[in-house]
Design a protein around this ligand. Sequence first.
Ligand SMILES: Cc1cc2nc3c(=O)[nH]c(=O)nc-3n(C[C@H](O)[C@H](O)[C@H](O)COP(=O)(O)O)c2cc1C
Length: 193
Amino acid sequence: MTILLLDAIKERRSIYSFKKEEVDIELLKEIFTFGTYAPTHYMKEPWQIKLYQKSGKNHFIEEVIKSYQRIGMIKTSKDEKTLKMIDSMREFLNAIPHHALIYYEKENDPIRNDEEYAAVCAFIQNVQLAAWQYGVGVLWTITPYMYDQEFHESVGLDSDVVKIAAVLQMGFPKKVPPMRERTPIEGKLEIIT
Ligand SMILES: Cc1cc2nc3c(=O)[nH]c(=O)nc-3n(C[C@H](O)[C@H](O)[C@H](O)COP(=O)(O)O)c2cc1C
């Protein structure tokens, strides 16, 4: 089935629940390859991906939980309520077939850094649209552990050198949420003549 680009732009939805079935790695590579056709100043192609799947998710998930504890979003105590919360967090993250951590090498110059971040965001949206064409769902997330220096170290990244731009949750959609209407463009557009 071919979906026209303009239809895909409108019909793509953020996916919050995934089927258990994994997406074949060759298909994921194809989807990420479509991402790479994003515009990129100086052809820097700044996007880098760490893809966590199968048992590779275990370490990632444990480090996310530890980070939430450092940040104070989850308690460190071993009381029943906390342990239950950790278990359900672990279960929730484990049920997502693929976690794609997207990062890029930071630039000291803020203008150059914005250019790299913008290119990475364009890459992500291309990935979302290509995935949609293949029936693969994505949730683009920005979460507090992405700003935790120790979390970076735990996944082999140096926060002085790189920035985590997003973590994409990926898999076949269990449910596609309804479209949320957008504000008519007239409410956003100021025409100066
Ligand atoms: C940069 C960015 C970060 C986002 N982070 C989250 C997130 O952490 N959690 C979440 O549930 N949705 C997140 N979203 C998805 C938005 O909630 C979603 O795009 C919005 O509700 C519109 O729905 P749609 O994508 O289906 O059109 C994020 C979207 C963007 C662009």
